[in-house]
Write a new protein. Structure first.
Length: 164
């Protein structure tokens, strides 16, 4: 690339980083976390400020190498870069879950709801942990007929909000 301008080199590096990221993500989806770490490390080396690259590199590092502290640190670093991206919370929650820290995973997902505007993927992940919303009238049991009826009304009232 002897005669290439700085901008041209950046474009080529961006394309190479994106290609490495895509390959790493594919490897991770196939369950080949060790191979994913190599690709994702390469993507992060080319674009260390890309929150997605850093977060998935953290997740892959945890899964492949059981380096949970490093994985957590990378995922937290990604969240510092982009606080409003739901996938970053999901990745950190996965790191916590795989490392046996279910309480931290749930707390991370709850934080994600606050910063991402109630993303449906985060809600689904919380439900997978068995997390339910509190009863409408917390001083009554969840099974109380009034709580059940009010809960159904609350759920129905929120449906139009979700579709917007």
């Amino acid at each position: 690339m002897g005669g290439a301008t700085l901008k041209e080199r950046e474009i080529v590096e961006d394309a190479e980083a994106l290609d490495q990221f895509k390959q790493g993500l594919l490897q991770l989806q196939k369950g080949l976390a060790r191979d994913a770490v190599v690709k994702l490390r390469s993507a992060v080396a080319r674009q260390p400020g890309n929150a997605y690259f850093v977060s998935y590199f953290g997740l892959a590092t945890g899964i492949a190498q059981k380096k949970w502290t490093e994985a957590e640190s990378l995922c937290l670093q990604a969240l510092q870069l982009k606080r409003t991206v739901p996938q970053l919370y999901l990745n950190l929650a996965n790191v916590y879950e795989y490392s046996g820290r279910v309480g931290d995973a749930v707390e991370t997902l709850r934080d994600g709801l606050r910063f991402t505007g109630r993303d449906s993927r985060i809600i689904a992940a919380l439900r997978a942990f068995g997390i339910r919303r509190p009863p409408v009238m917390p001083f009554l049991s969840r099974q109380n007929a009034l709580n059940r009826a009010l809960g159904k009304i609350r759920h129905a009232a929120e449906k139009p909000k979700r579709k917007r």
